[in-house]
Structure formats: structure tokens, C-alpha cells
Ligand binder design. Structure first.
Ligand SMILES: *Cc1c(COP(=O)(O)O)cnc(C)c1O
Length: 416
């Protein structure tokens, strides 16, 4: 467990680091930062700048004709991203659509799939849900004239535990539950949910089951179609490296596509593409997830996505996930070996099958914001701190190195 061992591992298992621009360090003795925050904002793939500039050139030389004549015609750009998006999550291309941003897509999908009726009104989420999801479900309850305090059921881990147990989630789903909306990988602890088991239990109880895959897409292997998930949404700027605020992706299961009983909020990009310019008064939505599109796609924001997602097809999720297990396992070993015992508590499950590319450390009594600054400016190690006492480290399977992990563990030991 020393530096030369980390460097030896990197030589034998380099991942796709060479395809990325690694931010320079603002402190410490190495030129590059040890970037362990790719779960917040993925790094820039080298290939995407040229693609973005090519769209700028098309805009300059073609103007409005770029919608059909650009090197990658704008009008069908989202549709060309459906295939790569679908492969990432185990979906069919017609089940996925790239549009808007994550929370907006959760709202659009809840408009369709949260249909409280009679005594079946509840929405089940985690108590430690990402705040945007908490706000979104509360406002959906209000939209239906319901009291958010009683409609939204927030599940807590058992006393003394940090992670929800699958059996406790399943036990909470009864005939009063209309919607279960959980995270595929939990942002704070990095825990992987048992999506197939919870989805099946939700369906058995008569509920709709949707998943927020913000921290799951590009991190763990997913089979949304086979798992019979009703709907899902994720962003493309975390593990998927498509740039700050890049458009999100949504999944709607094939068995809901074309169902005329499902309501949506419609706009002109949700009508059949061939009829879009008929300027007709009534939308004719296709029997694909494209029906949920509302507005004109944000072409410049979409431009990096093709190159960013292509790296996942090139590498293959099973290969990436295997490297991820090795890398996060190495980080855990390094923390155990190098950080003085008793100073940190690992929140993330120690079973590699139950965690993604992340270790969350609790540092009782430490000012973690201050600690993260010292890691960054004293050691060039970028981490993410969450009040009151958690630091998250995410070794990203595409580009993080064993040396990054070794630096993080030694820097932590030095600042504690
Ligand atoms: C990152 C993240 C979001 C962010 O949503 P945006 O609408 O893209 O800002 C929402 N939910 C979860 C669980 C996240 O991890």
C-alpha cells in the first residue's frame, strides 16, 4: 500500500484516463489534481470541444438550415442520442429520450405516472433523498390538492444504521402508496438499491415505481426494461461527463408507450416529427418516449453528449463496473491502511455489490468544509463535503487512477 504500488496498478489498469482533461492541482506536489468529484461534475472528454465548435460553425455558415443540414442535423440530435442512452441503462431506444434536465423530467414523468386516487395517494421516498427530489414530490402532492406532510412518506434507516434495508423499503409499500420514487445509487452513501426487488414489490402492491438514476447511470449496470421499471430519469453531467447542466435523459417502459390513457404535458416536440410543421391544433404523439418531449432541443448543450456517451460504448459497462470495483476497493483498503483508525467511519457498504464508485466517510467533530479546502489547496485532492460531517470520494471508473486514491488516503491522514 505505497505510492509505487499505486503507480504499478495504474500501468496495468489505466482505464480511459487519456481520453479526458484532468484539471491542474491548486496545491500539493503533483501537477494534476486527484479529482474524486466526478459524481458531481464529470470531467471533459478531449473529443467534445471539436464537436461543440463544429455546431458553432454550422450555426455560422447555415443559420436556420442547420436544423436539417448541420454535420449532425439538429432536428434529430436528441434521437441519435437515444441509442447510447438506452444502452447505458438497459433500455430499448424507443424507451429513452434526451431532454430538459433531471428535476424537470421527474416532474414531467410524475404528471403522467403519479395519479393519486381514492385512498391510494402516498409517495414513498428516502428521508435522505436529494433535496430536489424531496421538493419535487411535495409539490406534486400539492398539485393534486393533497397535504405534502402526510402524502410524502420518508423512509429512514434503522437506528444506528446509515443505509436503508431493502426489506424495510418493501415493508413500507402498501395499498395506500401510489408512487415509489427512490435513488438507484444514493448520492450521500453511494449505496446501490435493489431496483428489481423493490420495483417488483411496488408493482405487487399496486404502486407505480420510478427511479432517480442521477448517481447510477454510467456507474453501475442497469437493466431497466427487464426489471420492469415504470419510469426513470437521470442527468448526463455526473458520471456521464456531458458538461455542466447538460440535458437529462428519461426512460418510460415500453408497456406504457402509446397508451392513450396516460396524460402528459404536451408541446410541439412531442408530436410525431413528420407532422411537427403541419402546424396542426392537436398533437399526434409517437408511441415512443419522444412523446414526453416538450420544447426545442438545446443543441449547444447537447453537442458534447455524443462523444461523452461514445466512451461508454467503447469501454462497455461490464468492463467499467469491474474496474470500478477494483478502484473503490483499493480506495477502501488505502483508507483502512493509511488513515488512523477511529478518525473516520465508512458510511458506504463494504460489500462491493452494494456500492457504486464512491466512498463516503463520516468524520465526527471535523469541519468537513474546511477539511475539503485543505485537501484541495494543500494536497491537490478534490473531494466533496456534506454538512455536518461527511466527505465523499468518487473514483470514476473511466478516468480515476489508483494514484488518485492513494493521494486521497495519504492527504486525509495528513490533514486529520
Ligand atoms: C444531481 C442530482 C439532481 C440534480 O437535478 P438537476 O435537475 O439536474 O439539477 C437531482 N436528484 C439527484 C438524486 C441528484 O443526484
Amino acid at each position: 500500500m505505497d505510492e509505487s504500488d499505486a503507480l504499478r496498478r495504474d500501468a496495468g489498469d489505466p482505464g480511459h484516463r487519456a481520453a479526458f482533461l484532468i484539471p491542474p492541482a491548486h496545491g500539493g506536489r503533483y501537477p494534476d489534481s486527484a479529482y474524486l468529484v466526478g459524481n458531481s461534475l464529470g470531467l471533459q472528454p478531449r473529443s467534445v470541444r471539436a464537436e461543440l465548435l463544429a455546431h458553432m460553425d454550422d450555426w455560422a455558415t447555415l443559420g436556420v438550415e442547420g436544423w436539417t443540414e448541420a454535420h449532425a442535423p439538429w432536428e434529430s440530435l436528441p434521437q441519435r442520442l437515444a441509442g447510447p442512452s438506452a444502452r447505458l441503462v438497459g433500455a430499448r431506444p424507443e424507451e429513452t429520450v434526451v431532454m430538459n434536465t433531471l428535476t424537470v423530467n421527474l416532474h414531467l414523468l410524475m404528471i403522467s405516472f403519479y395519479r393519486p386516487a381514492g385512498t391510494r395517494t402516498r409517495i414513498v421516498i428516502e428521508d435522505a433523498a436529494f433535496p430536489s427530489d424531496s421538493y419535487a414530490v411535495r409539490s406534486q402532492a400539492v398539485l393534486h390538492g393533497l397535504d405534502p406532510d402526510t402524502t410524502v412518506v420518508r423512509l429512514r434507516p434503522r437506528d444506528g444504521e446509515d443505509v436503508l434495508r431493502t426489506e424495510d423499503v418493501i415493508a413500507a409499500i402498501d395499498d395506500r402508496v401510489a408512487l415509489v420514487l427512490l435513488a438507484g445509487v444514493h448520492y450521500l452513501t453511494g449505496t446501490v438499491a435493489d431496483i428489481p426487488a423493490i420495483t417488483a414489490a411496488g408493482h405487487a402492491a399496486g404502486a407505480v415505481v420510478g427511479w432517480d438514476l442521477a448517481h447510477a447511470a454510467g456507474n453501475v449496470e442497469l437493466r431497466l426494461h427487464d426489471w420492469d421499471v415504470d419510469f426513470a430519469a437521470w442527468c448526463n453531467y455526473k458520471f456521464l461527463n456531458s458538461g455542466p447542466g447538460s440535458p437529462g435523459s428519461a426512460f418510460v417502459h415500453a408497456r406504457h408507450l402509446g397508451d392513450p390513457s396516460i396524460a402528459r404535458l404536451d408541446g410541439w416536440w412531442g408530436t410525431e416529427a413528420a407532422t411537427r410543421f403541419d402546424m396542426a391544433p392537436v398533437s399526434r404523439p409517437p408511441a415512443t418516449a419522444d412523446a414526453w418531449q416538450v420544447s426545442t432541443p438545446q443543441i449547444l448543450a447537447l453537442a458534447p453528449m455524443a462523444g461523452a456517451l461514445a466512451l461508454f460504448d467503447e469501454a462497455g459497462m461490464p468492463v467499467l463496473r469491474a474496474r470500478s470495483r477494483r478502484l473503490t476497493g483499493y480506495l477502501l483498503d488505502a483508507v483502512d491502511a493509511i488513515v488512523p483508525a477511529g478518525r473516520v467511519e465508512v458510511l458506504t457498504p463494504r460489500d462491493p455489490e452494494r456500492r457504486g464508485a464512491q466512498l463516503s466517510l463520516r468524520l465526527p467533530g471535523q469541519d468537513v468544509g474546511e477539511l475539503a479546502k485543505r485537501l484541495r489547496f494543500g494536497h491537490g485532492v478534490l473531494t466533496d463535503s456534506r454538512r455536518p460531517d461527511v466527505i465523499r470520494l468518487a473514483p470514476v471508473p473511466l478516468y480515476s487512477s489508483y494514484h488518485d486514491c492513494w493521494r486521497a488516503a495519504t492527504a486525509l491522514a495528513a490533514v486529520l
